[in-house]
Design a protein around this ligand. Structure first.
Ligand SMILES: *[C@@H]1O[C@H](CO)[C@@H](O)[C@H](O)[C@H]1NC(C)=O
Ligand SMILES: *[C@@H]1O[C@H](CO)[C@@H](O)[C@H](O)[C@H]1NC(C)=O
Ligand SMILES: *[C@@H]1O[C@H](CO)[C@@H](O)[C@H](O)[C@H]1NC(C)=O
Length: 354
């Protein structure tokens, strides 16, 4: 029965769900706000553009700015699928309904971290707690079960052009996703301090391990950034991508297959394996990244202006104390009506008035 419903192995984990129609993962659509004024819906093209974003409480302002920028730069009928943990739902709902964002169409999906049991190493020594929502992207077909195509974006981006263009990225037959390669331009190559080259496979995977060597993947292959991608969910399901990703997560727990100097996200290595030479490309301007890799400015203002999507991956987030081009990001930020989230700024007085 599980297999008929859905190929995801999580059906076994959460066997409490006994209906094919119910969502796996304990993902419950909590909110759906179709109450957009008629005039607006008419202006906007009918075809739904599904955009999936993960929103964790401690950086909720990021997801807010990302959604605001996407919404304001398109005439398309964008619907956001916001994946979050159950204790963030109320906060998020207040933020979205009491501000300029109230016309946004969205659905809040509650991610049950138990899905990850046995698939991620829980190391009590590590200061960094596990961030379960970073794995939400592995489960795309269960998040937007009706969609054939969907976009996934991280919460540390802003979009400066029409997301429809990204959505229309062509995917080659047999490809389940399109990513932007890390060596598609010199600006995207970045040497992470103490971690060597993080733009090819050897920067992410431990090539000393037999299991990795047996895959015969060239170590100098360009890696790609999984923070922004377009997916063909029909193809994703056909190839059981989710199940493949879970297999590599589980294997990593047993064999530690990721590079020990891994500086990027731990969601990257399984994606690199599963999509090795099996993905299409997105326009590099749709993922201008590393704005958060250092506090300094790595791009000219002209280049930043021309970018279609800006991505503050790295430690220096635009809602934090120091970040490059934080003012560009802040144009899209909508203050939290509950006051729980606030920007950390050197001149905090400037923000107190609000
Ligand atoms: C959230 O989920 C966890 C585990 O799934 C549960 O223990 C907790 O009670 C839930 N919290 C709320 C506020 O629903
Ligand atoms: C998605 O993949 C399916 C199966 O390969 C294919 O039939 C369909 O045309 C693809 N759709 C898009 C939008 O690329
Ligand atoms: C995907 O899983 C289904 C059911 O487990 C199986 O029949 C099918 O062969 C798998 N497809 C691939 C490409 O592994």
């Amino acid at each position: 029965k599980y297999l008929i419903c859905n190929n995801l192995i999580i059906w076994k984990v959460l066997a409490l769900l006994d209906e094919c129609n119910s969502n796996p993962l304990g993902l419950q659509p909590i909110d759906f706000i179709p109450a957009v004024p008629q005039r607006l819906t008419d202006e906007r093209n009918d075809k739904e553009i599904s955009v999936v974003i993960a929103a964790s409480d401690e950086r909720l302002g990021g997801a807010i700015a990302a959604m605001n920028s996407i919404y304001h730069n398109t005439k398309s009928n964008v619907v956001f699928y916001i994946v979050t943990l159950n204790d963030t739902v109320d906060h998020l709902r207040l933020w979205l309904s009491n501000t300029a964002l109230k016309n946004l169409r969205y659905r809040i999906l509650d991610f049950d971290p138990r899905v990850l049991e046995g698939k991620v190493q829980v190391d009590p020594q590590k200061a960094d707690p596990l961030k379960p929502l970073t794995f939400a992207r592995f489960y795309l077909p269960s998040l937007v079960p009706h969609a054939e195509k969907a976009i996934y974006v991280d919460d540390d981006v802003v979009v400066q052009d029409d997301i429809l263009e990204l959505y229309n990225t062509p995917l080659k037959p047999g490809h389940a996703a399109a990513f932007s390669d890390d060596c598609d331009s010199t600006t995207n190559k970045v040497a992470v301090r103490g971690a060597g080259n993080q733009y090819n496979y050897i920067g992410f995977l431990d090539y000393k391990k037999e299991t990795i060597r047996k895959l015969a993947m060239k170590a100098n292959t360009c890696s790609f950034n999984p923070g922004v991608f377009v997916a063909n969910l029909t193809e994703w399901k056909l190839q059981n991508i989710t199940k493949q990703l879970e297999k590599w997560m589980t294997l990593n727990v047993a064999e530690e297959l990721y590079s020990r100097t891994l500086a990027g996200s731990i969601t990257t290595p399984p994606l690199l394996i599963v999509f090795y030479k099996q993905h299409s490309s997105i326009d590099p301007m749709w993922n201008v990244r590393h704005l958060g890799s250092s506090a300094g400015k790595r791009y000219s203002p002209q280049f930043v202006k021309a970018a279609k999507l800006l991505h503050w991956n790295g430690h220096f987030k635009p809602w934090g104390r120091t970040a490059s081009y934080a003012e560009v990001w802040e144009k899209w930020y909508v203050p939290d009506p509950t006051g729980k989230f606030s920007l950390i700024r050197r001149h905090s007085e400037a923000y107190e008035a609000k």
